[in-house]
Write a protein that binds this ligand. Structure first.
Ligand code: NIG
Ligand code: FE
Length: 387
């Protein structure tokens, strides 16, 4: 058993509601897990010592929403948007064509590079969705590649109806043969519930079939307009309703009513990189938080609506554009993401949790928003080991 003492921590953001922040702190990791946190003066002895010299430490970011298995690029679509063309999700089919044409090795290499890019920026847990294959084999191989990179894999066969297929036929495939091929590689099932993608009945059919096959639900809900996605997510006990940009009072009430259910509640996962990159109004995080909804922040990293892998950027956007305080934003990017993935072993630094931690080249996590765009991640430790 090796113990490592991290000391010289100016500010430790633990994410543990019992003592969320500790000034002049220390942390002891033992065999990859947090064994002790507290004031530096009371730290127990350890085999090894890492002096972070007055820097801030926080749990590794938990990016609970990312689409990393794809090929191709949508620079032209982004440029057109910045000249005023609206985002409709139609570009998903461009990425589907490129992804189908790519080899397994090419897809795996690109996804691994994105995960490495995320890790270097402090993300220690990431969820990865399929959704750019949309055939039985292309969805299956996307998920097989994702399982090589994370335990948090999501079957998103219901991303859009592929060109040349009728919606009802496609939903039958997604809930039948495609689900059977994909379920062994997936923990989650997701659907894009939106005008132009899947309506309420289709979304419900996809999620219920997934749940029956042993998967847990999460939903792309209310991104481009109001709709039934959030209500369906809450009703089916989905772990998360993602985007939540266009909400009615009833949607907020449903999310708030699920919050006291703790581990079985539905988290609102906000993805401000998508609003940034589609030049759209940001979700009203203040309204959600004031209603008592559990909020997560994630990147939505994908080549169309949000091609960022930076959780720090999302934190900065949440603070500047969405009315969140730096503390609320950091909480949402760590513990919030963990709750959206129903994980208790990550997203906070308390005894028994994984020693996944980020050392910032700054005295406080506030600098993530105060110094936007600056690469502040000094070191990342995964299970107590330096990346
Ligand atoms: O979460 N909304 C649907 N899916 C992605 C976008 C995918 C794309 O444009 O390629 C999202 O924003
Ligand atoms: Fe998404």
């Amino acid at each position: 058993m090796t113990t490592v003492l991290f000391d010289g921590i100016k500010l430790l953001y633990t994410g543990d509601p019992e003592r969320e922040e500790i000034e002049d702190a220390a942390l002891v990791a033992e065999d990859g897990l947090v064994a002790w946190v507290g004031p530096a003066g009371r730290a127990p002895d350890a085999d090894e010592r890492v002096d972070v010299r007055g820097r801030a430490v926080l749990p590794g970011f938990v990016d609970s929403h990312a689409h990393l298995v794809f090929a191709g690029d949508r620079t032209a679509e982004f440029q057109a948007r910045m000249s005023g063309v609206p985002y409709t999700g139609g570009g998903i089919r461009t990425t589907v064509a490129a992804t189908r044409a790519a080899s397994d090795a090419e897809l795996a290499t690109r996804a691994a590079a994105l995960v490495a890019e995320m890790r270097a920026q402090g993300t220690t847990t990431v969820e990865i969705k399929s959704g750019y294959g949309l055939t039985v084999e292309d969805e299956r191989r996307s998920l097989e590649i994702a399982t090589g990179l994370t335990d948090e894999t999501t079957y998103l066969g219901a991303h859009v109806v592929p060109s040349g297929m009728e919606a009802d036929d496609y939903v039958r495939l997604v809930t039948g043969e495609m689900l059977r091929a994909c379920a062994p590689y997936a923990k989650w099932v997701d659907a894009f519930c939106e005008r132009g993608a899947f309506d309420g009945d289709q979304t419900r059919a996809v999620l219920e079939a997934g749940i029956k096959a042993g998967l847990q639900a999460r939903v792309h809900a209310n991104q481009l307009g109001e709709g039934p996605g959030v209500q369906i997510a809450c009703e089916l006990g989905a772990a998360s309703a993602d985007h939540c940009t266009h909400l009615t009072d009833a949607d907020i009430d449903a999310l708030a009513a699920s919050a006291p259910h703790g581990a079985s509640g539905t988290v609102a996962t906000l993805l401000p990189g998508a609003e940034f990159s589609t030049r759209s109004p940001y979700p009203d995080a203040r309204r959600l938080l004031d209603a008592g909804v559990v909020v997560a922040l994630a990147t939505d990293c994908n080549p169309g609506s949000s091609y960022t892998s930076s959780m720090a950027f999302c934190v900065a956007l949440a603070v500047r554009e969405m009315g969140m305080t730096p503390l609320e934003a950091v909480r949402a990017a760590t513990r919030g993401g963990a709750r959206a993935l129903r994980r208790t072993d990550v997203g906070w630094l308390r005894p028994g949790a994984r020693a996944d931690l980020v050392v910032l080249d700054a005295p406080s996590y506030v600098h993530l928003a105060y110094r936007p765009g600056v690469p502040l991640v000094h070191q990342v430790f995964l299970g107590g080991l330096l990346l």
